[in-house]
Design a protein around this ligand. Structure first.
Ligand SMILES: [Zn+2]
Length: 89
């Protein structure tokens, strides 16, 4: 189901600085002002003072596998203008 190059989307709250992974079921940050969820395999809907972050899944998996060194992976900001982000509030 996970296709190559898939990105994991996270929700960052500008207010409380919490970061939560987005899922099909709605989730909110620590302060409750930001929230969101996936609406299909790729698109998310978010609200509040939030920013959607992305991590390349393959890079993350590579970084997690079997070594004791610090492993870097790429994270990036996904703007509201992206067609994979919808804002409901
Ligand atoms: Zn918050």
């Amino acid at each position: 189901m996970k296709e190559k190059g898939e990105k994991v989307k996270l929700l960052y709250c500008r207010e409380c600085k919490d970061v939560v992974a987005l899922y099909v079921l709605p989730r909110t940050c620590l302060c409750g002002k930001s929230g969101g969820n996936y609406i299909d395999h790729r698109r998310v809907v978010v609200n509040g003072p939030s920013i959607v972050l992305g991590i390349n899944n393959n890079e993350l998996n590579d970084a997690l596998v079997g070594n004791n060194n610090i492993s870097e992976f790429m994270g990036f900001v996904i703007p509201d203008t992206s067609n994979s982000v919808r804002r409901s509030g």
